[in-house]
Design a protein around this ligand. Structure first.
Ligand code: NCD
Ligand code: ZN
Ligand code: ZN
Length: 350
């Protein structure tokens, strides 16, 4: 018998499940099936849909879709371009956080940086604000946070410069956390040359030196977030490939393999994939939500993935850690590598 381990249900605060609007890439059933296959029992979906989630009406339509299709627990982040403040109080009890895009990425949903402070002032209550904020906008983020110190999560930190900014903001006592993706931990700009469009995402892959800096400062990294961003092969093979790579099914095996290589220990892994995202996004995962992982070695292959995208930039890589079973709130949801529950059996958060 191969060795198995048990983990608490993992939490990913950063996925793009493309539903509604781009369900040829992913939908709530395939996306949350992939989540269970990756050991995630809770995911939080981003608002950069084809029609961005900037009103109560669009949010409610999205929630209704998830209610009938999701097989893992799921919550939603709200979106803004700085012109929908009247919607904030209407949605605050139905979302996990507010997502703001400060750089160009998939969805063309970038704010005018001058509006950041107004948006911060308008966001009610204490739920986190999540920023897509690359190196070039860190000054304005710092000034905004110093003026309006609301809980802020910097998404997909990718470089020495970006993580240094987060570390400095933490030292100053600002309420900031950050996430790093598996692709920024396990791939470099050299891989981008090899992968072509399949290694094309925002932020771009960085140098080996940047990657080493992230590993050397793991203590400053609160969350490992997949930024699961499925696009079809046809889209990736097109003249203008969209930014983003799928990642929710490969993150845990990559991290468990890194653990075996001595790059981090089990507690550091669980903190970043479970305990810290639970605390930051105020999620509770009960003791009856657990994941069983077979620790035999195997090869990541595109054909075995449950994401509709059907590919991973890590194809061909040998890893340990395959999720075999997931129990969600006491009931088996994923068994021997298969989803065994009906669409709609996941719980909606908050
Ligand atoms: C994401 C997507 O495809 O929605 N793409 C990406 O390259 N990361 C958007 C984002 O997270 O910036
Ligand atoms: Zn982003
Ligand atoms: Zn993203």
């Amino acid at each position: 018998m191969a060795k198995t381990i048990t983990l608490p249900g993992l939490i990913d605060p950063h996925v793009h499940l493309r539903d509604p609007g781009q369900t040829h890439k992913e939908d709530f059933f395939t996306g949350t099936s992939a989540s269970l296959a990756g050991g995630y029992t809770t995911v939080m979906d981003m608002p950069n849909n084809a029609e961005p989630i900037i009103s109560l009406e669009r949010l409610e339509a999205k929630i209704a879709g998830a209610k009938s299709k999701a097989v893992s627990d799921i919550g939603f982040h709200f979106g803004t371009l700085g012109d929908n403040f009247e919607e904030f109080p209407k949605v605050i009890d139905k979302v996990m956080g507010l997502k703001i895009y400060m750089n160009v990425t998939t969805g063309n949903f970038k704010i005018d940086a001058d509006r950041l402070i107004e948006i911060y002032k308008a966001w009610p209550g204490s739920k986190p604000i999540l920023l897509h904020a690359e190196d070039d906008v860190s000054d304005i983020v710092f000034k905004t946070l110093a003026a309006v110190p609301k809980q802020t999560h910097i998404c997909h930190v990718s470089s020495e410069a970006e993580l240094t900014f987060v570390m400095k903001a933490k030292e100053k006592g600002l309420p900031i956390t950050c996430g790093v993706t598996p692709h920024h931990l396990f791939l470099t700009n050299k891989d981008a040359d090899r992968l072509g469009a399949y290694g094309h995402m925002k932020p771009y892959l960085k140098t080996a030196k940047d990657v080493q800096f992230l590993w050397d400062h793991l203590d400053a990294i609160d969350v490992i977030e997949s930024d699961h961003a499925p696009h079809t092969r046809a889209e990736k093979d097109s003249a203008e490939p969209p930014f983003g790579v799928p990642g929710i099914e490969t993150c845990l095996p990559l991290m468990l393999t890194a653990e075996q290589e001595g790059k981090l220990n089990r507690q550091q892994l669980i903190d970043r994939l479970h305990a810290n995202p639970a605390r930051i996004f105020n999620v509770t995962v009960d003791d009856t939500t657990v994941v069983t992982v077979d620790m035999s070695e195997y090869e990541l292959v595109n054909e075995k993935l449950l994401t509709k995208a059907g590919w991973t930039p890590f194809a061909g890589q040998r890893v340990v850690g395959k999720v075999t079973n997931v129990t969600l709130h006491g009931a088996e949801a994923f068994k021997d590598g298969q989803v065994i529950v009906q669409p709609g059996s996941g719980t909606l958060l908050p």
